[in-house]
Design a protein around this ligand. Structure first.
Ligand code: SF4
Length: 354
């Protein structure tokens, strides 16, 4: 069991973050935000994949001006991602957005940030206070020599105190560096000193394969330590992939459950069916199935009986055939040719009967 850090609860639109709420999965669109149709299409696809809060880039006034149409039609709360320009932030706040992400380090104007917080308070807009290794304040860079974990944590603590000193508590913090260890250290230091909800992610993690591994390691360690109230897996890939990987990380730690869980063996010289192909086809077939069940697909009887007992449904393969298991009990023998169809059929009946 993972003991999650006790954090205060905030809300982005109707989605609760922190406290006893489930860890929320976020992503970010990669469309031009001013292209409302494309942006909404992508938001809808991400929502279908399980995304619970969406962030959109707002680099220009043109983007800020269309936010109201996006907010009105989005099935999930919308966060405007603002860098550098308080003017664009104020403009975005007029659109009814549910949250705004700012990095105070790259606005660097306390007066403007205070005004922004006042406006957010008036409009009940949640802020994500971002600290990134790329936009760390000069004095901290001089003090630590480089954007170390301590430096990032100090920046986040400093700005959190600033927010709270001005009576603003409706915020979460994200501290991101692309270095996994730096990221873990920064979040650990910050988490020990506050009860502010934390959004975690390994920024610029890389392309799908490498980025997923890096994110799984970084986020996995933080989540195991109980840190993280909301997550984003950042990949140089389709954002739907980010959502999928985020759920896989959370699911592997027992923190969220979405869709089927597939347990399959790595195969070895004992294999007598084309298991990688079977697993690939089953995964594809079940891509959009949201049934919270565990499926075991094992290459031979060595570990199959044990795994099949742990799973809701399982295939124990061998000699161009397999035994289909359900809830640990053998149901029937199936051939290599029809094992996938039989498994899928059984999953269907599982859905109807269980
Ligand atoms: S289950 Fe059988 S085929 Fe798969 S890795 Fe283990 S021993 Fe090899």
């Amino acid at each position: 069991m993972i003991n999650r850090r006790k954090t205060r609860k905030i809300k982005v639109g109707n989605v609760e973050i922190g406290g006893d709420s489930p860890i929320v999965v976020q992503s970010m669109t990669d469309t031009k935000t001013y292209n409302v149709e494309e942006t909404l299409n992508q938001i809808n696809r991400l929502y279908a994949a399980g995304c619970e809060i969406i962030r959109v880039a707002v680099p220009t006034e043109k983007d800020a001006l269309v936010l109201k149409d996006i907010v009105k039609n989005s099935p999930i709360p919308v966060i405007a991602d603002i860098h550098f320009s308080p003017r664009i932030a104020f403009l975005s706040l007029e659109s009814g957005i549910h949250g705004v992400r700012i990095n105070p380090g790259n606005i660097n104007d306390e007066g403007k940030i205070r005004e922004l917080l006042e406006e957010c308070k008036k409009k009940n807009v949640t802020v994500r206070l971002g600290v990134n290794s790329g936009s760390l304040e000069m004095d901290l860079l001089e003090k630590y020599g480089y954007p170390s974990g301590e430096a990032l944590a100090e920046s986040a603590l400093r700005w959190s105190e600033f927010f709270e000193k001005h009576g603003f508590f409706n915020f979460k913090v994200s501290i991101k560096g692309s270095d996994v260890l730096q990221n873990i250290e920064a979040n650990k230091i910050f988490a020990e000193k506050t009860d502010i909800p934390i959004h975690i992610g390994i920024t610029e993690a890389g392309p799908s394969g490498r980025g997923s591994v890096k994110s799984a390691v970084g986020l996995g360690i933080l989540l195991y330590l109980g840190i993280g109230d909301t997550v984003r897996v950042s990949l140089t890939a389709d954002p739907e992939e980010e959502v999928k990987v985020a759920y896989q990380i959370l699911q592997s730690l027992g923190l969220r459950r979405k869709g089927v869980e597939i347990v399959s063996c790595p195969t070895c010289g004992r294999i007598e069916v084309d298991l990688p192909e079977v697993v690939k086809k089953v995964e594809k077939e079940l891509e959009n199935t949201d049934l919270p069940i565990k499926i075991a697909i094992m290459g031979c009887v060595v570990n199959a009986i044990g795994e099949a007992k742990e799973a809701d449904i399982g295939l124990a393969c061998g000699n161009k055939s397999a035994i289909l298991f359900k809830k640990g009990e053998p149901l029937k023998r199936v051939t290599e040719d029809n094992m996938i169809d039989e498994l899928i059929k059984e999953i269907g009946s599982f859905k109807n009967n269980d």
